[in-house]
Design a binder for this molecule. Structure first.
Ligand code: ZN
Length: 507
């Protein structure tokens, strides 16, 4: 009696047709029908790359040692065997030549002449067809994914801070998670305020953020999705790019790109500053990328222009942009009465801030005390063997994290900001002629000013300056600026539960 072994593999693509038990039934029936002794069946339940599968490895070990006792290797179909035609053919050749084991599909007759060239071609066709099918599916999936991403639609599993949902057309879409969204936003704020990564991580974890590993916070900070952007991977001839998405952002793109520079993910685009193009590096394209600058030589002078590396089609004349920006600043200037009002309200705000902070501080100190107590009692219980090491470890980690987050908040609250407010009041009168002040300033001062007023998110689109952020004191000017087509200010979505950072001067 001839001997056989069987090989079963399920792939997630067609479980319905060939379950493990279904495949086993086919193999057993085939052996009975052809009077073969079935020695054993090797089953791979997880799909893996090519022949790295667990049971397949065992099968090969078995063939290596016991090939003399085996005549046939029975599979359901050749696509069970391999979805890579070239690798599959090689393997078949090796098994049949070296071990003299013939590979048979349960849908074939035993009486086939396995040495015939026609049979070789038939098997090769089956393997190629299997691979072709897989490639078509993969190509279609990649194409669909690329299409969706290119239209700004985020299609993968939503990162923490967002939730997967579907829009009215039943297409995948992400929305802000009301609970975790504010935590993500705070993570970015803390980083911008200079908090150490450890403190940020402790804050995030104690607020229910599932972080793993040291680089977890960096991964959050470098994820463009949070800035309302979508990363489109390279596909065929188009290179990888980051484009505006259709979901709501948690942070501004300006802040996002600033953070990428700080983290060293992207290089500071412009180390050399040039008086001719002060907006280089601070003004953004509509896509959110910093505009770079170039020039071309005319008859007498150089003509400067701004451009985006992703949108080379648009050359923006520097002369035109600077003239428009001058007009913008002229209209941004505040009148003396309003400035006086600002000075008074700053005084009120400072007192208010001191009061709020002391209230919050006492609550933080109270929480800190209670965490310390809990830690002590936990240690006591542990020493007295009242709890097991696992419970101890779990609670110790939890409490330590909230202790560290509270300590950081305590430090922030204890900072003395009176000097800061004083400086603010001193600088206020300058805002009555912003254009003049700006034009006298050095290029670095100009850029600091722009970053502060527009929170690093001043864009230029369709011939108009646009921003989703405008320093509060200038907001009464917004309607006028819009009417004159000098600045289009559109507030980003507000999420409930986020405490605004009270910083009148902007940071
Ligand atoms: Zn662009």
């Amino acid at each position: 009696m001839k001997k056989a072994i069987g090989y079963i593999r399920i792939s997630d693509k067609d479980q319905s047709n060939f379950s493990i038990s279904g495949q086993e039934k086919y193999i057993r029936e085939y052996c009975e029908r052809h009077n073969l002794h079935l020695h054993s069946i090797f089953t791979d339940e997880k799909s893996a790359k090519d022949f790295d599968r667990k049971a397949w490895q065992k099968l090969e070990d078995f063939m290596r040692t016991s090939y003399r006792d085996v005549d046939y290797l029975i599979v359901i179909k050749y696509d069970r065997f391999s979805r890579n035609a070239a690798a599959g053919l090689n393997k078949i050749e090796m098994i049949e030549k070296k071990y003299r084991i013939i590979i048979v599909s349960v849908f074939e007759q035993m009486s086939i002449d396995y040495d015939s060239p026609f049979y070789f071609k038939q098997r090769a066709d089956m393997l190629v067809n299997a691979e072709f099918e897989l490639r078509v599916i993969r190509d279609r999936t990649l194409f669909g994914m690329h299409e969706a991403l290119s239209s700004g639609r985020y299609v993968s599993k939503a990162p923490t801070g967002y939730l997967n949902t579907r829009d009215i057309y039943n297409k995948p879409f992400i929305i802000i998670d009301k609970e975790k969204g504010p935590v993500v936003r705070r993570v970015f704020e803390m980083y911008l305020q200079g908090a150490p990564l450890k403190a940020i991580s402790d804050y995030a974890v104690s607020n229910g953020f599932p972080l793993r590993g040291n680089s977890a916070i960096t991964r959050v900070l470098t994820n463009p999705v949070y800035a309302g952007l979508v990363r489109v991977p390279a596909y065929k001839y188009s290179p990888e790019k980051v484009i505006p998405g259709i979901h709501d952002p948690l942070i501004s793109t300006g802040d996002f790109w600033d953070i990428q520079v700080r983290l060293g993910v992207i290089k500071q685009p412009h180390t050399v500053q040039n008086e001719a193009v002060p907006l280089r590096g601070v003004l953004k394209c509509f896509c959110g990328k910093s505009l770079t600058a170039g020039n071309s030589k005319g008859k007498k002078n150089y003509y400067w222009y701004y451009k985006c590396m992703d949108h080379l089609k648009f050359n923006l004349s520097a002369i035109k942009l600077h003239k428009q920006f001058d007009d913008l600043l002229d209209n941004l200037s505040l009148d003396p009465v309003y400035l006086d009002y600002l000075r008074q309200s700053a005084d009120r705000q400072m007192k208010e801030e001191v009061k709020l902070k002391s209230v919050r501080l006492s609550s933080v100190l109270y929480d800190l005390d209670s965490v310390t107590d809990k830690l002590e009692s936990l240690e006591e219980k542990y020493i007295n063997n009242a709890i097991n090491p696992e419970t101890y470890q779990k609670w110790h980690g939890k409490l330590k994290r909230s202790e560290s987050a509270l300590k950081y908040e305590k430090e922030t609250l204890q900072e003395d900001r009176r000097e800061y407010w004083k400086l603010y009041e001193e600088q206020l009168p300058k805002l009555s002629d912003i254009k003049a002040i700006y034009n006298m300033a050095t290029i670095t001062q100009k850029q600091v000013f722009i970053k502060a007023v527009f929170k690093s998110d001043l864009r230029y689109q369709d011939g108009v300056y646009r921003t989703p952020y405008l320093l509060e004191m200038f907001q009464p000017k917004a309607a006028l600026l819009k009417e004159k087509r000098l600045l289009d200010y559109e507030k980003p979505l507000q999420i409930s539960g986020v405490t605004p950072v009270c910083a009148p001067g902007g940071t």
